[in-house]
Write a protein that binds this ligand. Structure first.
Ligand SMILES: Cc1cc2nc3c(=O)[nH]c(=O)nc-3n(C[C@H](O)[C@H](O)[C@H](O)COP(=O)(O)OP(=O)(O)OC[C@H]3O[C@@H](n4cnc5c(N)ncnc54)[C@H](O)[C@@H]3O)c2cc1C
Length: 436
């Protein structure tokens, strides 16, 4: 039996905790929030496969509903791309989702420690040995055989690991999406066709906004890529004014939520394991880099991590944990690198370029709606088409040159990740991965 600490009650950490506790390990989850404050004030789009892939029972149907039709609108409004979700796509309230995972964790015998702030990792040489936590004014050291870092993008563990661990402390500045999300009253109960529209480069701001019309409210998200700076209240006010012209029934009153948030939109970090340490979910950069969907990926990673740890007969060294990184990367991480490179291109282009890409059908709803599967299979034909048809963009955007040169290298570099851990081979692979 191992003593396992989970930093933060993130999705992947909870899934790992459930499986590890069921397998007889002593698992404690440390979370800063009170149990009743867990989750967020909004709904998320996910798939039943999130639960199947995580090896846990699907939630009762009463907690989910069918995903609605989605559309993408280009900046000038000339092209609307529609995307229908498949049968297994569902919408679920984030508070219900977390409450469901917490209940499964209770049932599995996981110790849940709420209202406990993680201050930093507890280190011994180049190994993680536990956590320093604060409850009230008291600082305590918690020790374990393994620390699972599930504390999100700004994890107090990952961001404080010394350089010798080789794990990135920060998410690169082009890989964060700043958002405002709030539910506004729907003053006449109208529902748009399609109900969910993603506005690309809305108001010519680099990013995406969405309006999801429901009878009782309109779910508004205003988003900006981080390289263009912080999202300001002025950006939000401008987007709302434009939205009210398109959807005149968006009222003034916020009926739920209303907060600024950051979403990592990066590829997986190159190294997510160390002696006594494994990162999962947003802390490891496990979102779809184009849209920030991370629930399915985090939950699946939690299962892979638990399976890896359950198979370890001895200390949780970096080498023993490497199969977790390898398997996750082969299953999801490598496919998302291409999306990350294309996303980076998006952070350089202007609204008129998006108009060009959509009008020439280079960007289609399939490429834009990668959220359902969490991965995107870009065929050689697609890449060729992208290069040929995208040529006019090369004159406009120097960054496109790098993008088009890098894309063909991705399968070779990603496929070369060492299967078995070898310090020198992993170091060389990370260097190539970073260069993509
Ligand atoms: C507005 C918005 C909309 C989104 N929509 C979708 C969607 O529709 N579909 C989808 O798949 N994904 C969506 N995402 C992304 C998704 O939320 C994340 O990818 C997913 O939650 C995985 O993150 P995580 O579980 O690893 O970490 P998090 O959800 O960030 O959880 C981390 C946990 O760690 C705790 N913690 C952090 N610091 C400390 C500390 N110092 N001490 C103790 N505890 C700490 C936090 O309180 C939190 O409970 C959305 C994100 C945002 C912001």
């Amino acid at each position: 039996m191992k003593k396992i600490l989970v930093a933060g009650a993130g999705h992947g950490g909870l899934v790992a905790a459930i499986h590890l506790a069921k397998n007889g390990h002593d698992v404690t989850v440390v979370e800063q929030k009170a149990r009743e404050d867990m989750g967020h004030d909004w709904h998320d789009w996910l798939e039943y496969s999130a639960f199947d892939g995580a090896g846990i029972a699907r939630p009762p149907e009463s907690l989910t509903r069918k995903a609605v039709l989605q559309g993408f609108l280009n900046p000038s409004g000339t092209v609307e791309l529609r995307h229908g979700y498949n049968e297994t796509a569902v919408i679920m309230d984030r508070k219900d989702l977390i409450a469901y995972l917490l209940q499964l964790a209770d049932d599995a015998g996981v110790h849940l420690r709420f209202e406990t702030e993680i201050v930093s990792p507890l280190l011994k040489g180049t190994a993680v040995r536990g956590l320093i936590v604060r409850t009230g004014d008291a600082l305590t050291a918690l020790e374990g055989d393994l620390l699972i870092d599930s504390a999100g993008m700004n994890s107090p563990v990952r961001t404080r690991l010394p350089a010798v661990f080789g794990i990135d402390n920060t998410i690169n500045r082009r890989s964060v999406f700043h958002v405002w999300r709030a539910y506004y009253e729907n003053t006449d109960g109208a529902v748009n066709d399609p109900p969910y529209t993603i506005h690309l480069f809305h108001c010519n701001r680099p990013g995406i906004d969405w309006a999801i019309t429901e009878k009782d409210y309109v779910d508004i998200l205003v988003g900006k890529f981080s390289q263009s700076g912080e999202l300001t209240q002025t950006d939000v006010d401008e987007a709302l004014a434009a939205f009210r012209k398109t959807y005149p029934y968006i009222g003034e009153t916020i009926v739920r939520g209303g907060s600024f948030e950051d979403i990592p939109i990066s590829r997986m970090l190159p190294l997510i394991v160390a002696d006594g340490y494994a990162a999962v979910g947003d802390s490891a950069g496990m979102t779809v880099p184009l849209n920030g969907s991370g629930i399915i990926l985090s939950m699946n990673a939690g299962k892979i991590l638990a399976d890896t740890v359950n198979a370890i007969d001895g200390p949780c060294t970096k080498a023993a944990l490497w199969p977790y990184e390898y398997e996750y990367f082969m299953k999801h991480g490598k496919d998302l690198v291409m999306i990350d490179i294309i996303k980076t291109l998006f952070t350089y282009v202007k609204g008129e370029d998006i108009d060009y890409l959509t009008e020439k059908k280079i960007l289609t709803s399939d490429q834009l709606s990668v959220a359902d599967s969490g991965s995107l299979n870009l065929s050689a034909q697609y890449i060729l088409n992208l290069i040929v048809t995208g040529v006019p963009l090369l004159k406009l955007v120097p960054a496109a040159v790098r993008c088009f040169k890098t894309l063909p290298l991705v399968p070779f570099v990603c496929g070369a990740i060492p299967k078995d851990f070898d310090e020198e081979k992993v170091r060389r692979w990370i260097k190539r991965y970073r260069a993509l």
